[in-house]
Ligand binder design. Structure first.
Ligand code: F6R
Ligand code: MG
Ligand code: MG
Length: 365
């Protein structure tokens, strides 16, 4: 029987401001998943957080886009919202954009990454959780993991990886997708995924086995709502070892603090800092953006874990680099390239200011 790992996440309220998750909200998530395991809906479940976002890791045999699993996630976020409202947490229920659940969580606000697979004799999986950044944040790390031999030596010297991987790229403006193969089409692939805001990577598939190795959430809150409501704060699932990159190859891209969109008011570029769970509380200029990695050794659908994979001094240099890059970018204040280009900012006063000053413009001589 194939198994499915569903990671569904939402910001249902922050403590303090947008910086972190209140323990009682996390408890509400844990309780809901324990009940879902007892009822037989899930094989196993784990609730975790990164910054102000609640991530539900759910293992089951019901396939992707299952209505009952999605309803469980929606109801859990509702329960978290009630706790957030009781405690007057900030932005209670902020990512729940529709009044009622209507069969699928997609388009309702929360982000989702789901992966169906036949469990191997040993199934190591890493779930990534990000905060204060947007859905294309996994483009560069996924490219490094699955296509860059300077990151993943397995592409060169390990037989099962040598045929490369196929990348499913989404065009979120035109609502369409394309699959491009690495290594033969990497120059074409990079034309698109180098622009992660429009072309987020959804899925990576082994060209040897056809098995999915990685999947990320590509839900874009601002497109769903038609206005700014918060950053997407994406999730990803990556299967490791054997036909896929090794755990160390999957984590290696995060030894550099890549520049991503997000940070204060979702309107800035900033470095993505890999952190242990205890440090996933972005509070300097509402950032810098954070990423956590929790590892599971799945056994008959049971989540053996989590292991806090960035709780490792070998990521200290990336964290120091993130602080240096944040210091440097912050000096630009409201100037680009720290501030995002006009049409990518989530907050703007431009229409109001432009309208107010319209009469003051004079033609150039
Ligand atoms: C970014 C984020 C925060 C808020 C900022 C202002 O994704 O969530 O940086 O944008 O704290 O929040 P409001 O407008 O809610 O006061
Ligand atoms: Mg928030
Ligand atoms: Mg968040």
């Amino acid at each position: 029987m194939p198994q499915t790992l569903s990671v569904i996440k939402a910001d249902v309220g922050g403590w303090v401001g947008h910086s972190a998750m209140h323990p009682e909200v996390l408890d509400a998530g844990r309780e809901a998943l324990v009940a879902a395991v007892q009822s037989g809906l899930l094989i196993d479940g784990h609730a975790s957080s990164c910054g102000d976002d609640l991530f539900l890791v759910m293992s089951h045999e019901r396939g992707e886009n299952d209505e009952d699993v999605h309803r469980l996630a929606w109801d859990t976020f509702q329960a978290g919202t009630e706790v957030a409202q009781k405690l007057h947490l900030y932005g209670a229920g902020q990512d729940l954009l529709v009044d009622a659940f209507s069969g699928n969580i997609r388009g309702a606000g929360p982000g989702s990454a789901e992966l169906e697979f036949e469990e191997r004799p040993s199934e190591p999986v890493i779930v990534f959780m990000a905060d204060k950044t947007s859905s294309g944040a996994f483009n560069l790390p996924f490219y490094k993991m699955f296509a860059d031999p300077f990151n993943t030596v397995g592409l060169v010297i390990a037989e099962p990886l040598h045929q490369g991987f196929a990348f499913e790229v989404h065009d979120i403006k035109e609502n369409r997708k394309i699959v491009l193969n690495a290594p033969d089409e990497i120059y074409d692939l990079l034309v698109f995924i180098g622009s992660p805001n429009r072309y987020p990577l959804k899925r990576v598939v082994s060209r040897l086995s056809g098995e999915v190795g990685g999947v990320s959430s590509t839900d874009k809150l601002s497109l769903i709502a038609g206005r700014y409501v918060g950053k997407d704060d994406p999730a990803a699932i990556v299967r490791c070892q054997g036909d896929f990159p090794a755990v160390g190859e999957v984590l290696e891209p995060f030894t550099t603090a890549w520049t991503v969109e997000g940070f204060m008011r979702g309107s800035h570029h900033g470095p993505l800092m890999p952190v242990a769970l205890a440090d996933a509380q972005p509070s300097r200029f509402d950032g810098p953006p954070r990423i956590c990695a929790i590892g599971f050794q799945i056994a008959d659908g049971k989540l053996g874990g989590p292991r806090d994979m960035f709780d490792d001094p070998s990521f200290d240099n990336a964290r120091a680099e993130a602080n240096q890059v944040a210091d440097y970018l912050r000096k630009h204040g409201p100037f680009e390239p720290h501030r995002l280009p006009l049409d990518e900012m989530e907050y703007t006063t431009m229409p109001a200011v432009a309208a107010m000053l319209e009469d003051r413009w004079a033609a150039l001589e």
